[in-house]
Design a protein. Structure first.
Length: 156
């Protein structure tokens, strides 16, 4: 569904982006979907190593223990067309934000923000490397709560 059609239907779309799209960004997609089910949500990675793969098993297990089902999600790679497909793009860390902006087509105005900044943090640490899935989910849930309040405060 294109942007104009989503706007006409009162829908908004958000893309969450991390490095490989197997931990942080699919977790953010799942957590935000639980809080804001009316939004069009997706996730992607700046790298293409895991395209087509489900989220990383330990992340699925940690998310599942909190009631978030990530099993149907599949990794995909971020691309320039995503600037036109989404109303807002959230990066999980500064490196991903730079990689996203490097692909911005001339003339596009889609905002790209730090997801972690919603909670006053610098980044959402990558649990694939830190092995700390619980702290990662804690931060994602905090950011999702802030995002939910942002949408609740908007005029209808």
């Amino acid at each position: 569904m294109d942007r104009q059609r989503r706007y006409a239907l009162g829908m908004e779309s958000i893309l969450f982006v991390c490095l490989g799209n197997i931990c942080r960004s699919p977790a953010a997609e799942g957590v935000v979907r639980a809080r804001l089910p009316h939004l069009v949500l997706d996730s992607a990675g700046t790298g293409g190593w895991h395209v087509g793969d489900p989220p990383y098993g330990p992340m699925q297990a940690a998310a599942g223990a909190r009631g978030y089902d990530l099993s149907r999600l599949r990794a995909r790679q971020f691309g320039p067309a995503d600037f036109d497909a989404f109303d807002l793009i959230f990066a999980m860390d500064a490196a991903n934000l730079r990689d996203i902006e490097a692909q911005r087509p001339a003339g596009t105005t889609t905002p790209v923000e730090s997801f972690a900044a919603l909670a006053g943090a610098r980044e959402v640490p990558d649990p694939y490397f830190t092995r700390d899935f619980e702290s990662c989910l804690d931060l994602i849930e905090t950011c999702a709560d802030v995002l939910s309040r942002r949408f609740a405060a908007r005029p209808q």
